[in-house]
Write a protein that binds this ligand. Structure first.
Ligand SMILES: [Zn+2]
Length: 224
């Protein structure tokens, strides 16, 4: 965490366009911050992610902060966060996201945040779970609780990028195990959502042992 504090104090260059940051700019320059491809899911009631709700009655709402487009310059930002070791990007983006969620009238008042876990093997390899850093940023902005041990990942599936929704659901099925939790509402957080299969599998594990818990989904980016 010391690295993140240092980076926030001495921000360096914009993680999107590479320009030298000035004044109060952190992580990205003001134009890049202004142009973030926000989805505004947290304001508009109907979008792709609400389809997840239709198959899971205990799920109350779903949002993604950004659109993820292959040709977008913001792709670099997400790539650096996920694969480049720059976990502080997740903390910062989570903080921005959390501030937006607080403005939403759809957001439950006080959910506990549960980041989608990684297998211990993958975590050792990568050094961190990006969903946890994003969740920590949201928790920092909102004051909501954070539980990183409520769900464990029992196995890591092979890359899901080639699969469609139904194949992904089958591929990721039974990959999580949850413990009993005392919360009434939880917010499952992950970095990128494509079909929602991973989040759904994680939510099903929570519901299996905690029937009646209300579940919301929040991801950093939604792949169009
Ligand atoms: Zn920039």
């Amino acid at each position: 965490m010391r690295g993140s504090v240092r980076d926030l104090c001495f921000p360096g260059t914009c993680r999107v366009c590479g320009r030298v940051l000035i004044g109060q700019e952190k992580m990205m320059c003001l134009p890049c911050l202004y142009d973030l491809p926000r989805t505004y899911h947290w304001i508009f009631p109907f979008h792709f992610l609400t389809e997840i709700l239709s198959c899971m009655p205990s799920c109350t709402w779903a949002t993604s902060f950004l659109f993820f487009r292959e040709e977008s310059p913001y792709r670099k930002l997400l790539h650096r966060f996920k694969y480049g070791g720059e976990k502080e990007i997740g903390l910062y983006m989570g903080f921005l996201y959390g501030k937006e969620l607080l403005r939403s009238h759809k957001t439950p008042p006080n959910p506990v945040i549960i980041p989608v876990p990684m297998s211990s093997l993958k975590r050792r390899k990568r050094g961190y779970n990006q969903a946890e850093w994003l969740a920590a940023g949201i928790a920092l902005a909102t004051g909501w609780g954070l539980d990183v041990s409520a769900v464990k990942r029992t196995r890591e599936k092979t890359s899901q990028t080639v699969y469609g929704r139904e194949e992904r659901r089958e591929n990721i099925k039974n990959s999580f195990i949850a413990k009993r939790i005392p919360y009434r509402e939880v917010l499952v957080v992950d970095d990128i959502i494509t079909t929602g299969a991973t989040m759904e599998s994680c939510a099903r594990a929570i519901l299996e042992i905690n029937p009646g818990v209300l579940i919301g989904f929040a991801s950093l980016a939604y792949v169009e």
